[in-house]
Structure formats: structure tokens, C-alpha cells
Design a binder for this molecule. Structure first.
Ligand code: AP5
Length: 227
């Protein structure tokens, strides 16, 4: 199964994505995580990407598009979940073209809906477990509050993502997301239109509820869509 997941930064697309990845055994391809790996390893691509990420801007398409499409071809042969890409209308068109060229199907597109204020609070409270970035920890959310300064799941050391505490950068990321003309929602609606033409399926979920409730709704909507 090949899936695209959309949601504003902080909506929980990484959280739900990692649950879907486990359930359906998908390669979880996250553009942001690929950039962070490059930054950690000090590569040229990482150095360039960091300049944009720290400001809350998109890394230019000429860097991002080939990087993601290449990863998709290499790692996505047995099913993938693409998270964080496409983020604008240009990336959406290029992705759709590449899928046609490769003869890859897009089974499903998921949109997690969430208001800006809630999303911002979730980002600022997010803490990343050094052992597993998919262990949910957030200092502002009781249900997933860390235990002291340690991961609530494994006791691992927690870190703060460098782009998570700058409010201006978060606002910029959200401006890009909620832009329905050329931004990320425009990309999501591009696929919604393809779904209306019968070329894929489009599922929407309300991301304001707790992680488990969203997961259950997502799974039942996926089951219904793929019937
Ligand atoms: P990226 O890595 O995609 O970061 P992001 O934009 O901040 O989005 P996240 O994926 O981190 O947020 P999320 O929605 O997954 O939230 P999470 O599940 O963690 O991108 C980073 C940067 O890379 C971009 O800004 C850009 O510069 C660049 N980039 C990436 N892709 C690009 C592209 N295609 N083109 C150009 N540039 C690109 O959840 C957030 C918090 O809430 C966590 O603490 C979590 O535990 C908690 N939480 C989750 N769900 C719930 C819930 N239901 N209830 C309560 N708490 C919850």
C-alpha cells in the first residue's frame, strides 16, 4: 500500500504515520527526517537545508524533489508512507508525474485537520526521545507527559528539536501549510481532486482528539476506503 499523509506541523502526522507504518509494514519516508539525518552527518546537503529549516522556510524544490523521489524509488518498493512531502503545488505535480512514470499506485491520501493554535502548542511542547523519535512525549499534554526529564516509554534522554522553539519560524511553517493557493493545502487539494476523478482515495480525520482515538478512526476509514 502506498500512502501520502498531510497535516499541519504538529498535527501528529509523524505520530500517526509511525503507527500506520507498523500496522501495514510500510517504509516511512519523512522528508524532514531525511534532512535531519543529513544535518547530523554534516553533509553538504545538510548544511544547505539547515539554513532554510531554522528559519521555518521550505528547503528549495531543486534539492528536495530529487532527494525524496530517489528515496522513494530505493526504499518504497514494498509499500510506502510519504510524510512531509509534497509541501507545495510544484512538489505535488512532480510527485504525481514520477508515480505515473514509475508505474506506482497511490492508494490513499490522508489529511489530518488541526487548528493553528493547537498545532503550535504541540510543537513547542514536543520532546524527542534519543532512543526512538516515535515515542510520543510532550510537556504540555498530560496523556503523553515525560516522566521527569526522561521518555515516558523507555526512560531515554529527551531532546528539543532546534526548529521547535522559535515562534516566528513555527508561524512561517504554518503559513506555508495553510496556504490553499500554492502551499501544502494546495498540494493536498490537488490529490483530493484526483480522488474525485477516481485516481486515488482521500480520507480526512479530525486531529484534535487523543492519539488512540485518531488512530482507530484512521484505521476504520482506511479499511472502508480500500474495500
Ligand atoms: P518536518 O520534519 O516535516 O517537521 P514539521 O514540519 O514540524 O512536522 P512534524 O512532522 O515534525 O510534525 P508532526 O505533524 O509530525 O507532529 P508530531 O507527530 O511530532 O520538517 C522539518 C523542516 O524540513 C520543514 O520546516 C522544512 O524546512 C523542511 N522540509 C521538510 N519537508 C520538506 C519539503 N517537502 N520541502 C521543503 N522543505 C521541507 O506531533 C507533534 C507533537 O504533538 C508531539 O509531541 C506528539 O507527541 C504530540 N501529539 C501528536 N498527536 C497528538 C494528539 N492526537 N494529541 C496530543 N498530542 C499529540
Amino acid at each position: 500500500m502506498n500512502v501520502l499523509i498531510f497535516g499541519p506541523n504538529g498535527s501528529g502526522k509523524g505520530t500517526q504515520g509511525s503507527l500506520l507504518k507498523k500496522k501495514f509494514n510500510l517504509a516511512h519516508i519523512e522528508s524532514g527526517a531525511i534532512f535531519r539525518e543529513h544535518i547530523k552527518n554534516g553533509t553538504e546537503l545538510g548544511k544547505k537545508a539547515k539554513e532554510y529549516i531554522d528559519k521555518g522556510e521550505l528547503v528549495p524544490d531543486e534539492i528536495t524533489i530529487p532527494m525524496v523521489l530517489e528515496t522513494l524509488k530505493k526504499q518504497g518498493k514494498d509499500g510506502w508512507l510519504l510524510d512531509g512531502f509534497p509541501r507545495n503545488i510544484e512538489q505535488a505535480k512532480k510527485l504525481w508525474e514520477a508515480l505515473q512514470e514509475e508505474g506506482m499506485k497511490l492508494d490513499l491520501v490522508v489529511e489530518i485537520k488541526l487548528d493553528r493554535e493547537t498545532a503550535k502548542k504541540r510543537i513547542m511542547g514536543r520532546r524527542i526521545c534519543e532512543n526512538d523519535p516515535n515515542h510520543p512525549n510532550n510537556i504540555y499534554i498530560d496523556a503523553i507527559k515525560p516522566i521527569g526529564d526522561r521518555c515516558r516509554i523507555c526512560g531515554g534522554v529527551l531532546k528539543i528539536r532546534s526548529d521547535d522553539q522559535d515562534e516566528a519560524a513555527i508561524n512561517k511553517r504554518h503559513d506555508i501549510y495553510y496556504d490553499t493557493k500554492t502551499g501544502t493545502l494546495a498540494a493536498a487539494y490537488y490529490f483530493k481532486k484526483l480522488a474525485e476523478e477516481g485516481k486515488t482515495k482521500y480520507i480526512e480525520v479530525d486531529g484534535s482528539r487523543d492519539i488512540e482515538t485518531i488512530k482507530q478512526e484512521l484505521l476504520s476509514k482506511i479499511e472502508a476506503a480500500l474495500k
